[in-house]
Structure formats: C-alpha cells, structure tokens
Write a protein that binds this ligand. Structure first.
Ligand code: FNR
Length: 368
C-alpha cells in the first residue's frame, strides 16, 4: 500500500510482515521463550489510564525536550539500537540516520549493525547527535578501540547493554538457518560462527558474560562520553548506577528478547524513580529512559508522567524502513509527533513539564 495509508505505527508492522523474507521477519519480530514479556510490554501500557486536566489553554503545545543535554526537536523519543539492519533493507541502519536527520531525533548505533560504524556516522548531517550501543567484547582491547573510536567520531553517549550476558532463546529465529553475511561480527581469532542457532546466537558469541560492576571504573577511565546502562530491571541496579556516577539507565527488557517474565520498563519506572528520589540521586542530572512496546504518543506521555526523560523505540522503525526505506521511518516519527500534539492537548499539558504523575492512574487489571 502507498505510504500515506500508514496511519499508525502498527500499520508499518503489517506491511513489513508481508514484504520481509521469512528469516528477517523471524529475527525482527521474535521474543524470548513464550514471548510473555514481549506481549507484556504492550499490556503494561494498557493498564495505565489518563486523568486529563481541562481548561489549561492548550492552543500552543511545546513538547520539545533534551536527552543527555541534547535538544531533541521536538519530541522526547529516540531510535534505539537494533542489530542487523540489512536484513530488512539494503541501506540498513542508514535509513535511521537519514530519518533522524529529517526529524531531529537521536539514533543509537548498534554494535551489531549491518552497515559499518563509520558508514553510519558518515551518513549523519553535521551536528546530528548519535549515541552508541555497546556489547562488551571478551577481548577488552577490541572494546577499548571501539569506544575510543566512537568518541573520536563525535558520538555523544555510550549505552552499555547489560541484559544480555547470553542471548535469549528466540525460537522463531532459531528455526531459521542464519545465512546473512552482512553483519559486523567481532570474531576472536580462530573462532567460527555457529549458524545453526538463528541470527541472534550466530553473531553474539563475542559478548563477555563476566562483565560486572567492577568494570565500570574502567569504562569511565577510557572515555569522556556519558555512560548509560541499557537493560536495567530493578531499582537496586538503578541506584548502583547512579552511585557509580553514570549518566543514566534504560529500563528495558530488550524488547522481550532476553529474560522471559522480565517486567516491562513502564511497570518498574515508578519504583525506580521513587528510590532514586529518596536517595537524592537525581540531582546530578541522572536520567532514566525506558523502551519496549512504545507504539503511540500516549505511551510516551505515560512514561514522561511517571518520570522518564525519554523513551526508545525499536521494532516500529525497523518495520517502517523494511517497507518504505528512510521515508517510512520519517513518516513513523511524524505520526508520533502528530499524535503527541493531539494527546498533549487532550490531557491538558501545554508543555512536557505539565505531564506530571497526577496525569495518570494505574489500573489493577488490563482494563480499568
Ligand atoms: C534489539 N535490541 C537490541 N538491543 C541492544 O542493546 N543491542 C542489540 O543489538 C539489539 N538488537 C535488537 C534487534 C532487534 C531486531 C530488536 C527488535 C531489538 C533491543 C532494542 O534496543 C530495544 O530494547 C527494544 O527493541 C525495544 O522494544 P520495541 O520498541 O522493539 O518493542
């Protein structure tokens, strides 16, 4: 269908499913085990309802904000890291770079991008902000080089993924035999890639499961980039991250692709904010992001109301460029902006500062 028939982020998913090769669809759409967490990422948003305020003069709404000090024009979402972009489209992750430039949205570049890191950085416009997602290699020299190279190339934030010491079992993906060679696999010498385990497992054997809190000072010593932990799932770890002097955390379960029965980011956000506030750990600008299942601007507003600085969106943008290239991504972001403007009006919030905890109420069951 023509692109302007896509009216919501869900529409891109339907189109992508019909155009993607089976193996690509399996890799992008799969979750771990019984996919309970993947579904919960959507369900959790359905348990939060709005308490709109009336008569607040919402003729003009301004939902601009900043992420790690960088202005995002004009909404508080970012493109999160998703691996193997060329499974969906020959231009791979560059589609996200181009759309990010068009829409003023930050892109997080994945370690396991299909395009090379430099290609993705080169595709950015001067001044365009990009972050980097890091999987930590068992060989720390490789990781040191990657991190320092990223900083030299102007990357503005390092997001270390901490929820994947081993890749989850995504059975849809494992049933496919991984054949794509378009990945940037960091192989240690002599190691071969086992292609019988699906795309995810085939490319992830370099990731270091021994990574621990003891490594954090080392990361701080090799880079000046702000460091954020991606994949935090309990308030205790958010507190440790803030106490370690990091810049923030992403409350995330990796899009339901890692531990099944992990809770969703929106579910744990409240307790994380409460415990950080109680210990006065938000004062140095520590930021909390969430991702997983965000499909509507209403979801974004629920996250903002409960204390998130920004939200990451993954699969919808993959689906959008698989179907329509970078224009698809641009349109998806535009749809979110339009929804955002309307939702801000309807809840009575002329700016994001007005999106406060009293704007939402948690229902005990799926439907209030
Ligand atoms: C991911 N995600 C991810 N995260 C990460 O830190 N490194 C990675 O390489 C990947 N790769 C990846 C591939 C694919 C196909 C998906 C769908 C996801 C997780 C991603 O950053 C994010 O946490 C989720 O995608 C957010 O959930 P939604 O928006 O996809 O529901």
């Amino acid at each position: 269908p023509p692109i302007d028939e896509c009216l919501s982020l869900y529409d891109f998913e339907a189109v992508a499913k019909s155009v993607l090769p089976t193996a690509a669809w399996a890799y992008y759409s799969s979750g771990a085990d019984d996919e309970i967490t993947m579904r919960e990422n959507r369900n959790a948003y359905q348990r939060i309802w709005f308490r709109p305020a009336i008569l607040r003069d919402v003729e003009k709404v301004d939902f601009s904000s900043t992420i790690l000090g960088h202005k995002v024009r004009p909404t508080t979402i970012y493109i999160t890291a998703t691996a193997l972009g060329k499974l969906g489209h020959p231009d791979g992750e560059k589609n996200l770079t181009w759309a990010g430039a068009e829409q003023g949205i930050i892109q997080m570049i994945p370690t396991l991008a299909s395009c090379s890191f430099d290609e993705i950085v080169d595709a950015a416009k001067p001044g365009q902000v990009q972050f980097m997602q890091l999987y930590v290699n068992k060989d720390r020299e490789i990781t040191r080089k990657i991190v320092q190279h990223a900083e030299k190339r102007g990357i503005k934030g390092l997001f270390i993924t901490v929820d994947a010491p081993q890749l989850g079992r995504r059975e849809k993906d494992m049933r496919q035999k991984f054949a794509d060679e378009g990945s940037n696999v960091q192989r240690t010498k002599g190691e071969s890639v086992d292609k019988s385990q699906g795309a995810a497992r085939a490319i992830s054997s370099f990731i270091d499961p021994s990574l621990s809190w003891k490594d954090i000072p080392w990361f701080k010593s090799i880079t000046k980039m702000p460091i954020v932990l991606k994949g935090v799932q309990r308030w205790e770890d958010a507190v440790l991250a803030a106490e370690a002097g990091l810049a923030g955390v992403v409350l995330s379960n990796h899009g339901g692709r890692q531990l099944d029965f992990a809770r969703s980011g929106i579910e744990i956000l409240e307790e994380v904010m409460r415990e950080l506030r109680r210990r006065d750990l938000l004062k140095n600008g520590f930021e909390v992001y969430i991702d997983g299942g965000v499909r509507r601007a209403g979801d974004v507003l629920k996250a903002i109301a409960l204390g998130a600085t920004a939200v990451g969106i993954g699969r919808p943008f993959l689906y959008a460029y698989s179907a329509y290239g970078h224009e698809g991504v641009s349109r998806a972001i535009q749809i979110l902006k339009d929804e955002m403007e309307m939702n801000c009006r309807l809840i009575g919030a002329p700016t994001l500062k007005d999106v406060t905890p009293d704007m939402v109420r948690r229902a005990r069951h799926l439907h209030a």
